[in-house]
Write a protein that binds this ligand. Sequence first.
Ligand SMILES: Cc1cc2nc3c(=O)[nH]c(=O)nc-3n(C[C@H](O)[C@H](O)[C@H](O)COP(=O)(O)OP(=O)(O)OC[C@H]3O[C@@H](n4cnc5c(N)ncnc54)[C@H](O)[C@@H]3O)c2cc1C
Length: 477
Amino acid sequence: MGSCPQSGESVMGDIAVIGGGAAGAAAFGELLSRYDAGTVHWIVGPQELGRGVAYATRDDRHLLNVRAAGMGVFHEHAEDFIQHAARQLGQVKGTDFLPRRIFGDFIQAQVGARIDAARRLGRSFRIYPESAQHIVVRDEGGYAVRIGGERWLEVTQVVLAVGSLAQRPLRTVSSQALDSGAYALDPWRLERHTSAPRRVLVIGTGLTAVDTLLSVAERWPHAELVAVSRHGLWPFTHSPLPLSSYAGQEALNRDLLACDSVAAMVRRVRQAFDDAEEHDWRSIIDGMRPVNALLWQRLGDARRRQFLRHVRWVWESSRHRMAPASGQAIHQLLEEGRLQVRAARVLAVDGAGPLQVTLRERATQLVSTLGADLVIQATGLDTAIAYGEHELLARLLNDSLAVADPLQLGVLARADGQLLGAHGEPQRGLFAIGSLLRGNLWECTAMPEIRAAAHQLAVRLSDAAVATSRDNVQDMP
Ligand SMILES: Cc1cc2nc3c(=O)[nH]c(=O)nc-3n(C[C@H](O)[C@H](O)[C@H](O)COP(=O)(O)OP(=O)(O)OC[C@H]3O[C@@H](n4cnc5c(N)ncnc54)[C@H](O)[C@@H]3O)c2cc1C
């Protein structure tokens, strides 16, 4: 445990929200509107406030994969996002898939409005453009959070909204390739690659890869594009208009909850597809949303492993679909012959630029090597905190305040986000929101889930503060 300050910057009753992305913004804003037992400290790091990884993009080809009507930062969001977007774009329909940039603007506007309201109400809050590096338990109760070097904040409760980890290179990438400057680990920061590549190889065919390919295709119109993933499967596309619900959904969800294996669940979903031949399968997958977390929680580690190994790839493509316009753009690149997709395993990435990428084709098992001037790793969320290099999370693990999920899906936690210790004991006043909770909730990273979780957390933390102050009054002589 690090040395804790004797006199910190704050008083007990304060809360620290750590992380300046969309989940941190949602938690901070919800707390601002209801928490009055102390100061709400928002530690946002050096990035632009509220946007995080998803909404920092300025490329308007990067679209939301949720319809405008479903996007909101706070629990009470009504039509706000549509109205906000209409002010920038003119006419907007709730069924549209809009650029993510606009949602980033919206988050900032929404947080700004909550800040103004909090000021009018005399609520106490502070925002820090630094990162949190260490959390220690105070002898007096609560936590001390170290930010930006040697400054400490004393709080009673902490909300971790730190998102997923920075990408680690695949094990098959040599250090020479990594040092060459021709291997891009962060697909969202390609600005520094200035010379036009003849061939770009993207590792991954999920949503991140789609956005990466669309940006790269525009930026380097003469580059040949290759996308590689084990199954070579793109995300399916959303239907242009919302789909009607499946009449048998309730029965399906009930049956799924009664299934005792992953295979039985898959069979039951397939049966629903067959029974409802006339019905669009996508609405059946969407209709499972209310039970997804419960289904995941009922699987033990062994079955979760089975799911991750055998079903995840097809689940992710079916469940996390791309906007129709993104699908059309990828389709066009394929049709034009500019983009090639390979279902293959990446065996090695080597060389000093151009890089040599060795692949084993899934269908034929044939091994071949392909040259690429730029290789971009677009493999999606990394939540393996035991292996990542996140200073704060590494210290939490080291100090036994957090325990890594056995399948590397974030931390061990209860469904409400409260972290669990090594013996399953809840860590008092220590919560997480967003992708760190995948081990417990599986699907907790999209805005509809995040804003519901932020609201519930703010209610819970506020109620806890009221209960504590009531107990303190009763204890008075
Ligand atoms: C490319 C992409 C597209 C997506 N599109 C959609 C969509 O269309 N619709 C939808 O609903 N969802 C979408 N999502 C899901 C998305 O993850 C969530 O909507 C949301 O952005 C997650 O935000 P977050 O705050 O949990 O994580 P992040 O965006 O990762 O933000 C976490 C922030 O915390 C900061 N941080 C980390 N450690 C510290 C520290 N120690 N101290 C201070 N700050 C720290 C990070 O720098 C970062 O800014 C998308 C996700 C991605 C990646």
